[in-house]
Design a protein around this ligand. Structure first.
Ligand SMILES: Nc1ncnc2c1ncn2[C@@H]1O[C@H](COP(=O)(O)OP(=O)(O)OP(=O)(O)O)[C@@H](O)[C@H]1O
Length: 718
């Protein structure tokens, strides 16, 4: 006989041992019937849930969910976005005392026997998402999971629950095997690497020179446990974590000198970077420390600690993201200085991260000539404590004077190139007109039906994503599998149907991209979409959201009211989101009307002038319908708020790789002269590239694609 407790919705908790529970999220309704009678004798339906493992399997393996949830790349719709007020109300209703922290609420862990609790309040509830983490047992889960646990405790009048109560998602055999392999790899690399202090002095100096860290002392390197892996001449940066401070992973950092004497750092992590959640340096922080400096890389952390004595931690993926799962570890600090690097990207990231950390305790080191990244500051002989003292409080005032703005203005003037945004590697012509892709802007994109809007934007966004721009796709028209297939083809620059043996190679690389998909399909409510975007920005530091397309948010029922008024409202909502979240939104819109022989213009999209004002950039995929060049597409920029430049350039479509390229001038001319049959157009009137051009581009792109995103595996520091 199994006793069960019915929880919210279709979830339930089965008691299958004296203190063993099995948490099942989607319990078949037939079984719930048994539960409502209070007792469940193992019904046949249950075997289908538990297959292929026996319940004992689930119970004997504590589910290690701690470091794997972010491997998901599809975003579920947050069904009930929770607010901090609701969380507090709930806790009060259960008489649970809490401490109101910076990013989390802290409560006593419910997974530790009260008589043996060392720390009070070691369970952290994220104020934005409701997710929780118990730092003592590393049990974590959603807000719903926590509520379930609390309900069970109350119903059963228990003082605490065993940590293995949340057994909902067991790892598959493959996942376990992979984790086992990773752990072995970590151990193997760690044990075959040499502690820095065991190296002969001349070799140690050579390595330090290679990494431009000659000013970092051996004592500092030893303190952080850094080793050298001789076969690849990489620094081994350990990840110690958990209540027993055991070795959980490693980062291998290698350095390469470029022709221009810059050092390029390449990094690889085990476990792979999507599950690598190490705040490097955390193991050295004591629980009484109240101040910390957060840096964008491990060597910066060494520099800060050595030069100032202030505890410092490095973010696992540099400036690209601050995963919320790390926030509980930063709750103890009353003052957090964000010194993420010496460029504009680090500055922008520090402003965004300070919102997650709680503005009032954060101060930001503004990059500039005299404020390079910490390692460089140390090697230049700067006073790092002075730089930190000059950091700016993150909490901004609503009214500022020019005195407060002058440094920002100066920063923009000396870094014009960085301010112009991230450049596309595949679309130089777009760089020429738009100058780059910038945070906080709204790009509206249109083109005739079936002209290739999705295909084009997919490549445009992929290009940025490959450069470390965290991207979220909302594809309402075509499903995520089809979209991912298009992107993967564009990424690999080849038809994978014909090269299936290459699939895993490309898929492995593609998986490393910071790319997420909303799980919506068909008509959606704009509020739900915005909530999901908000959630994604918080969880994954999304910098670019692509919405394909606006028509899927218009709703059928509104067709009788002014359609364009609804459209304007939606555009306004996206505009506001882009500004408030410092996130770029690319919004695909079907044109208002299509007149066969006329090219589209800004007015073809918008209902009113107000809406066109909201967009920072307006891009139109023009389709030439004239006889000489049927099927030829051009990209026209009709609005560019950044510097006003507008223009148009032709695009050739390469069918095998689903990519677009700017035709070479000579070839372009030839096409106009020779007409359809010799232009290389295919039987559908679509332009195919010459073999030579395709080969060339493919070669160039492969070079670019084999490279993993710079923010993930490569940090160009100087
Ligand atoms: N420049 C092009 N020339 C020829 N075919 C193209 C071109 N661009 C895309 N295609 C192909 O046309 C088809 C439709 O492309 P896509 O879905 O990107 O168009 P769309 O404009 O987004 O369509 P819709 O208006 O339905 O949203 C796809 O099979 C794609 O491979």
């Amino acid at each position: 006989m199994w006793r069960g407790i019915s929880l919210k919705g279709t979830a339930c908790l089965l008691q299958v041992g004296a203190s063993k529970f099995l948490h099942i999220r989607h319990f078949p309704s037939q079984c719930l019937r048994f539960l409502s009678q209070g007792v469940l004798s193992r019904p046949p339906e249950l075997s289908s849930i538990l297959r292929p493992q026996s319940p004992d399997f689930y119970l004997s393996h504590r589910v290690i969910r701690n470091y794997k949830k972010d491997t998901q790349s599809t975003l579920d719709i947050p069904l009930n976005p929770i607010t901090v007020t609701e969380i507090k109300q709930y806790l009060r209703s259960k008489d649970i005392p809490f401490h109101d922290g910076y990013s989390c609420l802290h409560i006593a862990s419910i997974f530790i026997n009260p008589s043996t609790r060392k720390n009070n309040f070691s369970l952290f509830i994220d104020k934005t998402t409701g997710r929780f983490l118990c730092k003592d047992t590393l049990v974590e889960g959603s807000w719903e999971d926590l509520q379930d646990c609390l309900e069970v405790m109350q119903k059963d009048e228990q003082e605490f629950l065993r940590p293995n109560v949340l057994l909902g998602y067991s790892e598959s055999i493959e996942e376990q095997e992979e984790r086992g392999r990773e752990l072995k790899e970590v151990q193997a690399i760690w044990s075959s690497s040499v502690p820095f202090t065991d190296l002969p002095e001349d070799e140690a100096q050579l390595v330090k020179a290679m990494f431009q860290m000659t000013k970092i002392s051996n004592a500092t390197i030893k303190k952080f446990g850094v080793r050298l892996f001789k076969p690849t001449k990489s620094l081994v940066l350990p990840w110690f974590g958990g209540p027993d401070s055991s070795l959980k992973g490693i980062k291998l950092l290698s350095a390469q000198m470029t022709d221009t004497d810059k050092v390029i750092y390449n990094e690889a992590t085990v476990p792979k970077c999507s599950s690598y959640y190490n705040l490097f340096g955390l193991a050295l922080v004591s629980c009484s420390d109240s101040e910390v400096v957060v840096t964008g890389c491990e060597l910066d952390t060494l520099a800060v600690t050595q030069a100032t004595g202030v505890p410092s931690v490095a973010l696992p993926r540099g400036v690209s993201c601050l995963p919320p799962v790390l926030l509980p570890y930063l709750e103890q600090f009353k003052r957090v200085t964000l010194w993420l690097g010496g460029d504009i990207r680090s500055w922008e990231a520090s402003k965004i991260f300070s919102r997650k950390l709680g503005l009032r305790r954060c101060s930001l080191v503004r990059p500039g000539e005299f404020h390079p990244c910490p390692l460089e500051a140390l090697s230049r002989g700067c006073n790092l404590s002075h730089i930190m003292k000059a950091s700016i409080p993150a909490a901004h005032k609503s009214i500022v004077s020019f005195k407060q703005l002058r440094e920002d203005v100066y920063g923009e003037l000396v870094n014009t190139d960085q301010v112009a945004g991230v450049k596309w590697t595949r679309f130089p012509e777009l760089n020429r007109i738009l100058k780059g892709h910038r945070k906080g802007e709204l790009t509206v994109f249109t083109g005739p039906t079936g002209s290739g809007k999705t295909t084009f934007i997919s490549e445009l966004a992929l290009d940025l994503c490959m450069q470390g721009i965290n991207t979220l796709w909302g594809s309402f028209e075509i499903n995520n599998v089809r979209l991912a297939k298009i992107m993967l083809t564009q990424f690999a620059m080849q038809r994978l149907e014909e090269n299936l043996e290459r699939y895993d190679f490309w898929a492995d690389k593609f998986e490393e991209l910071p790319l997420y998909f909303m799980t919506f399909h068909g008509q959606q409510n704009i509020k739900t979409v915005l909530d999901t975007m908000q959630h994604a920005v918080y969880m994954y530091d999304i910098n670019h959201v692509v919405i394909d397309n606006l028509q899927f948010m218009m709703g059928h029922e509104n067709l009788s009211v002014d359609k364009f008024a609804v459209q304007d409202l939606i555009i306004g909502a996206f505009r506001k989101f882009a500004t408030n979240s410092s996130c770029h939104i690319t919004l695909i819109i079907h044109p208002r009307k299509e007149e066969d022989d006329r090219e589209l213009q800004t007015a073809s999209i918008f209902g009113s002038a107000k809406a066109s004002q909201e967009a920072d950039n307006v891009l139109i995929l023009q389709e030439k319908k004239v006889v000489t060049c049927p099927g030829r597409r051009s990209l026209q920029v009709t609005k560019n708020r950044f510097d006003g430049d507008v223009g148009i350039f032709p695009l050739d479509f390469i069918k095998t790789s689903l990519t677009f390229s700017t035709p070479m001038k000579g070839k372009h001319k030839l096409k106009k002269l020779t007409g359809k049959s010799e232009t290389g157009e295919d039987d559908q009137g679509k332009v195919a590239p010459s073999k030579k051009d395709e080969g060339k581009k493919e070669k160039a792109m492969k070079k670019a694609t084999v490279k993993t995103p710079p923010s993930e595996n490569e940090t160009n520091k100087k």
